[in-house]
Design a protein around this ligand. Structure first.
Ligand SMILES: NC(=O)c1ccc[n+]([C@@H]2O[C@H](COP(=O)([O-])OP(=O)(O)OC[C@H]3O[C@@H](n4cnc5c(N)ncnc54)[C@H](OP(=O)(O)O)[C@@H]3O)[C@@H](O)[C@H]2O)c1
Length: 272
């Protein structure tokens, strides 16, 4: 057991293909992204922690490096700005000796009650431009910028893995059109990358998540928490570690022939 109580990488926790690999988890200064980064490190990988708040990035990096020195590098920057994304990849490659083995496109626009609850016909002219653009700039455009930079490196290497974090509304529809649109669009981007780059031995997959107990859970009333738990036939919220486990599996060699897929992590509400 480590000083921070985390489970530490050893030959039992290693997943084939993760030991010694380098990658980036966007939006990993807190929430699910941080849990993904920690689990990838536990499984033997080294990870770049990213977010727009420098203090949060530093705190996350220190926590990981306390368990395994040098396993994390911090990069404070906005994935929706392509110049900052380019710097993210330059710094990562300086650190990793040129490699980018995986990219997890996790950064997402926070839950916004107004954008979530407003039906399309009620958006006014300003909202229909601004509201949709805000969500799509982070969830879709940011993932596109990061994927382009990652692919430039992965094509040279002839290997790599990209995972997109989507959501069940992208598959079923829900209420909250800006979010549903952006999360569905990244599935199209993922599929295009999967078929275009498979000959280079680069894989792209996505997760479609149900209600996961990350930051937004804490802002809900007990009544809302209970109601959202009942949306899943498992009658509970998903755990961040359960999402991270699926990501680690997809990045590992155990998933070496899985490409172009969307894995639903929702306790069984959406069954296809
Ligand atoms: N939790 C759920 O139930 C659920 C369900 C379906 C899908 N998802 C998806 O899962 C992902 C993670 O969700 P979460 O609940 O863990 O979110 P969260 O707690 O709000 O954390 C989001 C992370 O992304 C960072 N971030 C946001 N915008 C960014 C940007 N433009 N550039 C760089 N970093 C950025 C945040 O840091 P800063 O704000 O400081 O930049 C933070 O580290 C999101 O894509 C979300 O849409 C979540």
């Amino acid at each position: 057991m480590s000083p921070t109580g985390a489970f530490i990488f050893n030959e039992k926790t290693a997943l084939p293909g993760l030991n010694g690999k380098f990658g980036i988890v966007t939006g990993s200064s807190r929430g699910m992204g941080l849990v993904m980064a920690k689990l990838l490190v536990e499984c033997g990988a080294s990870v770049v922690i990213n977010g727009r708040n420098n203090d949060e990035v530093d705190y996350a990096v220190s926590a990981i490096n306390a368990d395994r020195a040098g396993a994390a590098l911090g990069f404070t920057g906005d994935t929706a700005e392509f110049k900052q994304v380019r710097q993210l990849f330059i710094k990562t490659r300086e650190w990793s000796g040129g490699r980018i083995d995986f990219l997890i496109n996790n950064a997402g626009f926070p839950i916004d009650e107004q954008l979530w609850e407003t039906p399309l016909h009620q958006f006014d002219d300003e909202q229909i431009q601004k509201g949709f653009a805000q969500v799509s700039q982070i969830d879709l455009v940011g993932a596109r910028y990061c994927s382009r930079e990652a692919l430039r490196c992965m094509v040279e290497q002839k290997s790599g893995c990209i995972v997109f974090i989507s959501s069940t509304p992208a598959l079923t529809g829900h209420h909250g059109t800006p979010y549903t649109e952006a999360k569905a669009a990244i599935l199209g981007l993922m599929r295009d990358i999967a078929c275009t780059y498979a000959p280079e031995q680069i894989r792209a997959n996505a997760l479609a998540l149900g209600n996961i107990r990350s930051g937004w859970y804490n802002n809900l009333s007990q009544k809302e928490k209970n109601a959202l738990a009942l949306e899943s036939p498992a009658k509970r919220w998903g755990l961040q570690r359960e999402v991270a486990g699926t990501v680690a599996f997809l990045v590992s060699d155990l998933a070496g022939y899985i490409n172009g897929q969307t894995i639903v992590v929702d306790g069984g509400k959406v069954i296809r």
